[in-house]
Design a protein around this ligand. Structure first.
Ligand SMILES: O=C(O)CCC(=O)C(=O)O
Length: 274
């Protein structure tokens, strides 16, 4: 990864998002793909304790037929997302402290005291995925402040054919209520004027965006999966207000506070030996 903090900050502040290529080593990319493929290979056969974290495309299409031209039967056993990754394989838990991702986050937050919210994999399954509604991430997160960054690690190239994410640059600056449920599904007619930018980038890229940026994306009609590992991070003193907590929520891997560092070392003793 090229270390370009000035470019990172200026792109992010201007547009609300940033693309950093070459963020993953080949070995980490291979390990993450392998762990995801263990789950996607035959999801119906997995034990209940794993299945409860899986969202099937067929269930989504049943409830939201407007986002897919196919029927629930036609999408088969394709997965749409895998939630709570840190619970499912140690490779995902360890990824919370992956230094290149933390370097970019620390620059964008301008501070070491940012914290982990949650981590999932979004899958656009080959040939059958739904398209993604226009939305902001913020209302899903339920924190005291809008200072949130979504960090999306691309396990595959993002292309026009496989449903690359589409951003509406600058929409983080439009005044809005941070917890407006209408921002979870914004209709085309309600989108602000302005360009729509399709984020095409190679596998191993990191795409980061502000919790207020409006984004969406097309379906995957290519013959290969398009998968992103998505973690959400909260800025300094930005605190949860919902009753529910996610796996590893609240860890602060770059904190300079001794108790936070102790929490981190004790959470990942194999990565931080005494
Ligand atoms: O994977 C993508 O293209 C974006 C996913 C997304 O918008 C989300 O998880 O909120």
């Amino acid at each position: 990864m090229k270390h370009e903090p000035t470019r990172w900050i200026s792109d992010y502040e201007r547009t609300g998002y940033l693309v950093v290529e070459d963020c993953l080593s080949a070995a980490t990319l291979a390990a993450l793909r392998k762990a995801i493929e263990k789950i996607t290979a035959d999801p119906d056969s997995l034990p209940t304790e794993i299945k409860r974290h899986l969202d099937f495309e067929r269930d989504y299409v049943k409830k939201n037929p407007q986002y897919n031209d196919l029927s629930p039967q036609q999408v088969g056993n394709a997965l749409r997302s895998i939630r709570e990754l840190p619970l499912l394989d140690p490779v995902f838990a360890d990824f919370i402290v992956y230094p290149p991702v933390l370097d970019v986050l620390q620059n964008l937050f301008g501070n070491s005291e940012f914290s982990f919210f949650n981590c999932k994999c979004i899958i656009k399954a080959p040939l059958v995925s739904s398209r993604f509604r226009w939305h902001r991430d913020q209302p899903y997160v339920q924190y005291t402040s809008p200072n949130l960054i979504t960090a999306m690690l691309c396990l595959d190239d993002m292309t026009g054919q496989n449903g690359a994410t589409i951003m509406l640059p600058g929409t983080h600056r439009i005044s809005h209520d941070k917890d407006n449920p209408a921002d979870m599904d914004i209709q085309d007619k309600d989108l602000p004027d302005g360009p729509r930018v399709m984020v095409t980038c190679p596998a191993a890229s990191l795409v980061l965006f502000h919790g207020s940026v409006i984004h969406g994306g097309g379906a995957n009609r290519s013959d290969k999966p398009r998968r992103n590992i998505i973690s959400i991070w909260a800025g300094p003193e930005n605190l949860p207000i919902a009753a529910k907590r996610y796996a590893c929520e609240g860890l602060m891997p770059r904190s300079v506070k001794p108790e936070r560092q102790r929490q981190l070392y004790m959470s990942f003793p194999h990565l931080f030996p005494p």
